[in-house]
Write a protein that binds this ligand. Sequence first.
Ligand code: FES
Length: 161
Amino acid sequence: MAEAKRATKADLKRVDNIIADYRRQRWGLIPLLHEIQGILGYIPPEAIPRIARGLGLFPSQVQGVISFYTQFYTTPRGRNIVRVCRGTACHVRGGKTILKLVKQHLGIEEGETTPDLGYTLETVACIGCCALAPNVVVNSNIYGHMNPKKVASVFGHYGGK
Ligand code: FES
C-alpha cells in the first residue's frame, strides 16, 4: 500500500501557493481541495492544518469535508484505476474469481494502491454492461467476458505488473 507516502516539501510549497489564492475565503474550501488534488493526485494529510489556517477554519472542518465527499482522497492514487464489477450478473459468471486473481496479480486488496503507484484497485456494484459479464474496467476501458487467462493480458497494456 502507498499510505505511508508523505508529502514532500515541494508538494507543501505548491499547496501553500494554492492556499494563498483562497486566503480567508471559507467558501473556497471545495474548489481549493479540487485544485490541490488535481495537482498532487490526492490531498496530503499534512496539508489539512495549512488549509484550515489559510481559510480561517478548524482542521476538523476541513477533515469533515474531505471525509464527506468520496471524490477526495488523502492517500495517493495509482496512475491506473482498476474496478472489478461485483454486481449480480458479474458475480454469477465468475466475478469473484476474477477479483481474487486481480488481487493476486497486483498484490493488493480492494481500496489499496500498489507501492509503485501503478494501480489502485476498487470494486463497483454494476457498470451497466451486464451482457459482457464478468467485467473489469481499467481507467475508462471495459474488459468484458473476463476469464482467468485474460487477467494478466489486461494488465500487459498498462505496464508495471
Ligand atoms: S453486474 Fe457487472 S456489469 Fe452489471
